[in-house]
Write a protein of this length. Structure first.
Length: 348
């Protein structure tokens, strides 16, 4: 089910590609699998102007809408932007939507499985090489995995607030979030009482920073009122708790080093990325540590790290902070239009 349309979202026809039985890297299979996506703009005759926009954990193809539009970094007059839904977000086949494998019967999947489903979609569309792969948070993690799994298939990568290997801190945040969701005895059946504890953890404490919160709320009572209102808002989105749980397990398990051929060596895997890469993170991120983004950039040969000037923490890579929104659009637009960076501008 598509969540209610929000301010700033771009409403376009939804498309779906059926892939039948979809094999996972674990050897399990998702039956009757389909990928959901939308396309902004048109493919050129050579199918050479495509950009793949990736969704974050618990988000949809609308996650990067703040970058899409005339005069923005992803301009549909120039690019064909394929905004794809990740496995487990309720639109692409998920535990909450699968007929043959509903709920707890749904197999565990990985971020590499997400990338494989997107690769199948591009093959179907006849797209060989992408102008860019771009994502934030789990989308940024997918973007780096794209660079490792398919190093010749994109010109550029933009990874916002990513990790190449999930940090113990991020895994601990996810575990706390799962325990919050699973405190509802009916969590696997769609019970939403767990959102009352999940919202303050994921959308406030780990999603922002103390400085931003202190500036946003005049008192603790105001913060509590926001939590109550946001919990009601989140429940109305229709996102299934089991989908969050399954996506968060994929998040925790991620490491580009465990890609076939790298024997668990994350540095070696990052060193195989050939695309020009822009890695972006704020000064402080209480979900995906900014240090993890800097570290990943330092091991990618053609990478540059840029710090997002925002107090919004993990949510800085979104439309939440208008100033960061404008800065990201300008920075990413310049990167996509640039040639190769001089060696002095490559992360070290």
């Amino acid at each position: 089910m598509h969540p209610p349309l929000q301010a700033g979202w771009i409403d376009l026809p939804h498309r779906r590609l059926s892939l039948g039985d979809f094999a996972l890297e674990s050897g399990d299979v998702i039956g009757d699998f389909s990928v959901s996506y939308v396309m902004h703009g048109q493919l050129d005759a050579a199918r050479s102007n495509a950009v793949l926009a990736l969704s974050a954990i618990s988000s949809t193809h609308h996650r990067l809408d703040f970058l899409i539009g005339a005069g923005r970094a992803l301009d549909p007059r120039q690019y064909a932007i394929i905004a794809v839904d990740a496995i487990g977000n309720g639109l692409t086949t998920s535990p909450s939507t699968s007929a043959p494998q509903p709920g707890l019967k749904f197999p565990r999947f990985t971020i590499r499985d997400m990338v494989a489903s997107q690769c199948a979609l591009l093959d179907h569309l006849g797209i060989g090489r992408l102008q860019a792969v771009i994502g934030a948070s789990m989308g940024g993690m997918q973007a780096l995995q794209w660079g490792v799994s398919h190093p010749q298939r994109m010109v550029r990568i933009v990874a916002m607030t990513p990790m190449a290997k999930t940090a113990p801190w991020a895994a601990a945040v996810n575990e706390a979030s799962r325990r919050a969701v699973m405190a509802d005895p009916d969590w696997a059946g769609g019970g939403t009482r767990g959102w009352a504890a999940w919202v303050p953890l994921m959308q406030l404490l780990s999603g922002r920073t103390p400085r931003q919160l202190d500036a946003a709320f005049a008192s603790g009572a105001a913060a509590r009122d926001w939590i109550t209102a946001r919990t009601d808002w989140w429940a109305a989105q229709g996102f299934a708790p089991i989908d969050w749980v399954w996506q968060s397990h994929a998040y925790d398990a991620h490491d580009v080093g465990t890609t076939a051929g790298f024997a668990g060596d994350t540095v070696l895997a990052l060193g195989s990325i050939r695309a020009q890469t822009l890695v972006l993170a704020p000064p402080l991120d209480l979900y995906n540590p900014a240090e993890a983004a800097r570290w990943a950039a330092s091991h990618i040969p053609a990478a540059r790290f840029a710090e997002i000037p925002s107090d919004w923490g993990h949510q800085s890579a979104s439309a939440a902070d208008p100033q960061a929104d404008a800065w990201l659009n300008a920075e990413i637009d310049a990167f996509l239009k640039s040639g190769h960076r001089p060696e002095s501008d490559v992360a070290t």
